[in-house]
Design a protein. Structure first.
Length: 342
């Protein structure tokens, strides 16, 4: 488990856009003044909580975190959000988000189904105190925003439950489109259970292409002409965005039954699991060479449960760690540039 949270570069930019001076936030939080100038903004749980307490002091807008958690511009989505809105269903999206949290930071996203309802809760695993209200707001608003975007507004929370004893009821109900309950035992978004399996209208190749631009072209080419082995790998690559697809998922894309696909792969001298590993290896090389994704983000997008599993697999494939492989490729690219200019 990672012990730190990574803030995206968009976070301080959005603060400034919303009229909040980032210098004031950092000062009131007791955090280094150069924190947001770092290439990788990493904070502990205590620092994350302090940051949101500082934000609460630095602004007069009580809805600031709800606004921060809602992103209308798809070009500002990070890889995990893109993977979520690319999901087939809301359930699939939540599973992807949960796996990312498990891999990337000391936080859990938990979904509990009971009766006709499904509860979504966030747990800060290393917290020594209750999370600040603004942090609760941004987390719940983020999930509600993904549900709203994926379903084009069809999925709305049934209600929001907050541990706070009181608050601006109208603000929450206006922003999230649902009733709010104060004084709850846990902070949670509550959805209709049936909405978990509602298809996402944003499950399409265009969003997947934003995650790995070569995937859509490759998928079209290989499905039009190519061996079954090649077709399976091409279908697997977009499906691997933050989840572990099964043979039934791939068979559905190819218009086959899972049993038929398994039999045909066996006749071809291979197995589904072998092709999953081949697709992961090809994608890993692409992400490391052509993107600035963190290694933990790469592990998540390849469907691994943790970064250590990814590191072990990559070392078996390439004989070196992902970081060493990326650095060597970067040096080779620099050498080629120098050679062309000489």
């Amino acid at each position: 488990m990672n012990t730190r949270f990574r803030l995206t570069a968009q976070f301080p930019r959005k603060l400034e856009e919303l009229g909040v001076r980032t210098a004031d936030v950092l000062r009131l939080a007791g955090l280094p003044t150069g924190l947001f100038a770092q290439d990788r903004i990493l904070v502990s749980t205590e620092e994350l909580f302090a940051l949101y307490r500082g934000l609460a002091e630095a602004t007069r807008d009580p809805a600031i975190a709800l606004k921060l958690g809602t992103e209308h511009r798809i070009e500002r989505y990070d890889p995990v959000a893109i993977a979520a809105v690319c999901a087939r269903t809301f359930r699939d999206a939540l599973a992807r988000l949960g796996r990312f949290k498990q891999l990337h930071c000391p936080e859990d996203l938990r979904v509990t189904e009971r009766g006709a309802e499904a509860r979504v809760e966030f747990k800060y695993l290393l917290a020594r105190e209750t999370e600040p209200p603004l942090l609760v707001d941004i987390a719940l608003s983020w999930v509600a925003g993904i549900a709203h975007r994926g379903s084009d507004g069809a999925i709305l929370p049934r209600r929001i439950e907050l541990m706070a004893k009181a608050g601006d009821r109208a603000m929450y109900e206006t922003h999230l489109g649902c009733p709010v309950t104060f004084g709850a035992r846990q902070n949670a978004l509550v959805f209709r259970r049936e909405d978990l399996d509602r298809p996402f209208l944003t499950h399409n190749a265009d969003l997947l292409a934003m995650l790995a631009p070569q995937l859509e072209a490759e998928l079209k080419q290989t499905l039009a002409a190519g061996s079954l082995r090649t077709q399976v790998r091409a279908v697997l690559k977009p499906l691997l965005a933050g989840r572990r697809p099964g043979i039934a998922d791939v068979a559905r894309e190819l218009g086959l039954s899972a049993r038929t696909l398994q039999r045909r792969l066996a006749e071809d001298g291979t197995s589904f699991q072998q092709l999953v590993q081949e697709a992961r290896r090809e994608l890993a090389r692409h992400y490391l060479q052509h993107s600035a994704l963190e290694l933990t983000e790469t592990a998540y997008l390849l469907g691994y449960e943790d970064s250590h599993s990814f590191f072990r697999a990559f070392q078996q494939w390439e004989g070196q760690t992902p970081g060493e492989w990326r650095a060597r490729r970067a040096r080779q690219a620099d050498a080629r540039i120098v050679a062309r200019t000489v």
